[in-house]
Design a protein around this ligand. Sequence first.
Ligand code: ASP
Length: 404
Amino acid sequence: MRKIPLHWQIVIALITAVICGIFFPDTVEYIDWVGIVFLRALQMIVVPLVFCSLISGVTNIGSGGNLGRIGTKTIGFYLLTSIIAIITGLLLVNVFKPGAGTSHLIENLAKSTELTSKPIGETLIEIIPINIIDALASGDMLSIILFALLFGFFITKIKSGYRKTLEHFFQGAFEVMMKITLFIIRFAPIGIFGIVVKVVAEQSDLIGLASCLGKFMLVVILGLAIHSFLTLPVLLKFIGKINPLKHVKSVGNALLTAFSTASSNATLPLTMECIEDNAGVSNKISSFTLPLGATINMDGTALYELVVVGFVAQLYGIDLTLSQQFIIILTALLSSIGTAGVPMASYVTMTIIFSAVGLPFEAMALIIPIDRPLDMLRTATNVFGDTCGATIIASSEGEKLKII
Ligand code: ASP
């Protein structure tokens, strides 16, 4: 029998969950635990996944003398596009306010928030953990990220024998964490079923919820469209002297694959093929920029995370202070870097931002029904951002591209 693709399984789960929640609300008490188990499993994997992903990512960049001119340019470009994506998300969520005036929708979720409103200086100082084991145990993501970056960086500075051992160890550990994540994601249809039945059964204003989620989706889609059809093409044209239309044509297959798999990692082989064969980028540049991009450059994810956080804050009627917004921008950047290129990965790393500002993670239950289609779109944006990095760096190195 042919296997039904995961996104269709999720669609089927969603429809049955909505029907079940409307017509058999009493079943919630028997089904509820499935969603709780799924969310706990996702939360379980956050710390080890981000920790190993960052260490193996940093050691990969640092090894083989890659951190030269091309390395610095690539990282600079990826950081620039991620920051632009974050600002786009922040502006749109503040302009359109998809979650404003809808606080009744969260009646059955966590009632109160413990928003951390420490001054920026204090938050920055506290990023340095006094005790890293304590930080790991309590899921202090900013401290964990800082330590992982330092750890990865200094692995590249030790004797080659030790270095290779640690590189192998963390590469292996990262692959295990990815396998565990994908294993958990296989249960997404069941988990989402449990969560959505509860949300629907306990929601008295379903139309209000649907229209609010619709607005949220439109804001995300608008943001991704601005980034893909305006920001990146402008950078292609003016920094890379590349024809954006020809660029898009050359990577069309990779974008479609990213859209249907919702995984930048799974798309990577195809992305490399498109960039080398159709766009004419050398293997030297594509084999560095694209795997690095699939690991650290997630423009769509970064934008999405900002809109989610703004949306949830609006649901709770919270006005984020300037220092909280700064922390959100910083954590969104770091968490998009730490996000692995697999489906629903930002659903996992989003906890980093939620815990940094003190928003209740339960609110994510509202978003889970529509996460998948948005995941497909943000993954296509992520991959498009990587391909732009590859061609712009190649053109800046004087390579003769086929897409000028
Ligand atoms: N699915 C995305 C990717 O693979 C990551 C995310 O969940 O945002 O690029």
